[in-house]
Every structure is written in structure tokens, then in C-alpha cells.
Design a protein around this ligand. Structure first.
Ligand code: AMP
Length: 419
């Protein structure tokens, strides 16, 4: 053991688990393609100001969770804590408003937040996200949720419920902020320190408190739904009607506010009970003012981010069990045949696109077979004196113990066959 350890909150992903990660990502690509999404890859480093301006200075992410530093020229940089802001920046910088709208993009990759590590919470975590920019009709809200639900269903999840809420437009939120403040101000003595701070800068965030006493206090508070303007109410109603029409299971959760400043109108989360406190697998919502606030075109957007670490942690066995961990056939040279002869055969098989490996050490047949068995090898290709001379190979099935000599030209047909 050396003194070198991975950074707290980060981890190595090793095989065979990485095969599951790849399979999840492959499926995301496949399902998102059905809806016309294409991949975007933005830099992991961004100017710190981007997140301050969009996610918001008063949010937990910006105020205490970012990995920020100055580079050698004194630029303030941050390892991205999320990607919606980056996608918005890239949209503006690359002039994507000239593309056919809406623009549909997805991303997959690592993100960084300085949080207290625990199950389902890491300092380097991975998100699979999608953004639909340039359309604000309820159909787009519904399509984004439908795509997400389809992806999760294909992964084998059952019984997941979408938690849905509307934050309304800025006018709705301003009205609600005022109502909530006047309700809580006289009761501020009953609030914890964190919520008292939020009361000044961002009272909506108090709604997602986990504190039981604060929750009781909020039970009689004015409701966000009552402050929605006519337009916001109509939009939310239309989104719900569409989700009903497509049979998406959701519940309206008026306490759902999401922790990022750029959200407006529809917000949603999907949680898994298995995860306990860190139960959200997906978070998303609409951000109609984000591009404009960055100096870009006044175009709306909506998107979501799936926490891939949490997804893999709670993946139904029906999906993870299907990901193949099969050990490839092993070519063993015995007698006069050398490992390099086994290499020849293996390269021929690889020319045909077949996986195989070579026992590189010279061992007795008995010990080579024992090792193969321990590694879970199911098929062994034996190359001995006789085989070499006759231009043949002995194929041995480890499970049944059956074996057969076949001409070298026909080995490929036997690789992977059951017997
Ligand atoms: P957010 O960008 O905060 O809306 O998060 C979207 C999703 O990313 C969450 O629902 C989580 O599944 C995942 N996530 C956020 N932060 C972390 C973290 N520190 N570790 C693991 N997953 C995370």
C-alpha cells in the first residue's frame, strides 16, 4: 500500500462494473436518438462567473460546493458542478440560434461538487443530461419527461414517480416570495439558522427543508400554486394534461423548488426509495430566461440531469444481469506448441472479430485448465503437437467437459457455441 490514495469523494470505477456504466450510457444514446438528441461535449473547466451568474450566488452549489481556483494567469476557473450553464454558454458562443429550433443536445460526463461524501453522494459524480433549447410549448416539457421515463423503463425501473411542480414565471415567483416572506417574518424565531438566512436571499428554498418543525410551520404557509399567473397556470395545466394523456405517473409536489436560480415554470425530480436521504436520481426543469441572462438570444429551454452514480447504484437486476461479463475463450499451447503459436491462432480469430486470449505462460495442461476454470473460462482451444501437425485445434467446453478436434479453418464457427 502506498501513500497515494484517490482524492476524498472520488473513486475508481473498475471492471466488471464499468461494463454496466457503458451499457447504461449506450442505452441513453439509443433512447435520446429516438427523440432527435445529439451529443455535445463542453469543457470540464469554465469561468467561475458562469455558474455564479446562472446557478446563482446564493445557492449551496455556488456558495460552498464549487471546486474553484485561479490558474497561472489569475483567471477564476471552476470544475463544472453541472452542465446546463455550460450548454447555454456553448449555445450562445457557437451561434446555435441559427440552427433549426429547437436544438436538442445531450451530454454524459463527470461533474464536481464539494459535498460531504456518503452513499450516493460523491465529489466527482457523473451526469447524463439532455437540454431542449428554443421552444417553450408544453409539448416540449412533456417530451423531455417522456424521453426520461422511456429511458428509465428500458433500464427496468418500475414504479418510479415523477415529482412535478411549477415555479411559475418571474412575476408569479415575485408575488409568492412576498407572500411567503410576510407569512414567515413574524415566525422567524421558529426557523433554523439556514432558513433564516434563506428568508433574506431566497425564501423559496425554505420550502424544501427537511426539518420537521419547519415543515409543520410551512403546512399553513401560502401555497406557491396560488401565486401562479394565469399564463403560468395554463402552461402547467397543459403539461399535466399531456403527461396524463401519455400515461406518465406523476404527483404534484408543491414543495419541490430545486436548488438552482435559473429554473422557471416546470420543475421535476425522480426519486428512488432505495437511496434513502440522497433519493433523487434525476432533476430537471425549464429555464426560459437563462440564455437571455447570459447576453444571448431570448430563447427558452428545458432539460434534466440524471445522476449516473445513483442510477448504477439502484439499477434493476433485470438490466445489470444482462450485461455480459463473459470470459473469452482461452488458447492453450501444450507440448511442442509454444504460446506464440497460440498467439497466431488468437490473431486469426480476432481477424474474424472474435474475442480470445492466450495462456502466455508455459504450464502443464492440467494446471492451465485449472487456472482457466478458476477464471470462469467456458471454452478452451488446445493447440498441441498433434493439432499443430494436422492443422487442427481441440475445442474443449469446460462446463460439460466435452471436446472435439476441428480443422483450424472451422475453429471460428465453434467459438462461443454451446455444447
Ligand atoms: P442537480 O444538478 O443538483 O439537479 O442534480 C441532478 C442529479 O445529479 C441529482 O438528482 C443526483 O442524482 C445527481 N447528483 C447531484 N449531486 C451529486 C453528488 N454529489 N453525487 C452524486 N450524484 C449527484
Amino acid at each position: 500500500m502506498t501513500d497515494h490514495r484517490s482524492v476524498k469523494g472520488t473513486r475508481d470505477l473498475l471492471p466488471p462494473e464499468t461494463a454496466i456504466w457503458s451499457a447504461v450510457e449506450e442505452l441513453a444514446r439509443e433512447v435520446f436518438a429516438l427523440y432527435g438528441y445529439r451529443e455535445i461535449r463542453t469543457p470540464i473547466l469554465e469561468h467561475t462567473e458562469l455558474f455564479e451568474r446562472t446557478v446563482g450566488e446564493a445557492t449551496d452549489i455556488v456558495s460552498k460546493e464549487m471546486y474553484s481556483f485561479e490558474d497561472r494567469k489569475g483567471r477564476r476557473l471552476t470544475l463544472r458542478p453541472e452542465s446546463t450553464a455550460s450548454v447555454a454558454r456553448a449555445f450562445i458562443e457557437n451561434g446555435l440560434q441559427s440552427w433549426q429550433q429547437p436544438v436538442k443536445l445531450f451530454y454524459i460526463g463527470p461533474h464536481f461538487r464539494y459535498e460531504r461524501p456518503q452513499r450516493g453522494r460523491y465529489r466527482q459524480f457523473h451526469q447524463i443530461g439532455a437540454e431542449l433549447l428554443g421552444d417553450d410549448t408544453p409539448l416540449s416539457d412533456a417530451e423531455v419527461v417522456l424521453m426520461l421515463v422511456r429511458f428509465l423503463a428500458r433500464l427496468g425501473y418500475e414504479g418510479l414517480v415523477v415529482r412535478l411542480n411549477s415555479l411559475g414565471d418571474p412575476a408569479s415567483r415575485e408575488a409568492y416570495r412576498r407572500a411567503l416572506r410576510s407569512y414567515l417574518e413574524p415566525r422567524r424565531g421558529d426557523l433554523g439558522e439556514e432558513s433564516r438566512r434563506r428568508l433574506e436571499i431566497n425564501p423559496l428554498r425554505i420550502l424544501d427543508t427537511k426539518d420537521p418543525a419547519e415543515r409543520r410551520l410551512l403546512a399553513d404557509a401560502p401555497r406557491l400554486g396560488d401565486s401562479l399567473t394565469e399564463g403560468a397556470r395554463e402552461h402547467f395545466g397543459a403539461v399535466r394534461e399531456l403527461l396524463d394523456r401519455f400515461g406518465v405517473a406523476y404527483e404534484v409536489d408543491e414543495r419541490l423548488v430545486r436548488g438552482l436560480d435559473y429554473y422557471t415554470q416546470t420543475v421535476f425530480e425522480i426519486a428512488s426509495e432505495e437511496l434513502g436521504a440522497q433519493d433523487a436520481i434525476v432533476g430537471g426543469g425549464r429555464y426560459d430566461d437563462l440564455l437571455g441572462s447570459l447576453g444571448g438570444p431570448e430563447l427558452p429551454g428545458i432539460g434534466f440531469a440524471i445522476g449516473e452514480d445513483r442510477l448504477v447504484d439502484t439499477l434493476p437486476e433485470s438490466f445489470s444481469g444482462r450485461v455480459s461479463h463473459e470470459t473469452p475463450p482461452l488458447v492453450i499451447a501444450v507440448g511442442e506448441a509454444r504460446p506464440v503459436d497460440a498467439f497466431d491462432l488468437c490473431e486469426e480469430l480476432r481477424d474474424d472479430g472474435l474475442c480470445c486470449e492466450v495462456e502466455v505462460r508455459e504450464r502443464s495442461l492440467g494446471s492451465a485448465l485449472k487456472r482457466a476454470d478458476r477464471q470462469g473460462v467456458r471454452q478452451v482451444l488446445l493447440l498441441g503437437d498433434d493439432e499443430l501437425e494436422a492443422g487442427e485445434v481441440t475445442v474443449k467446453w469446460m462446463d460439460s467437459g466435452e471436446q472435439e478436434r476441428v480443422p483450424r479453418s472451422q475453429v471460428a464457427a465453434e467459438v462461443g457455441a454451446e455444447r
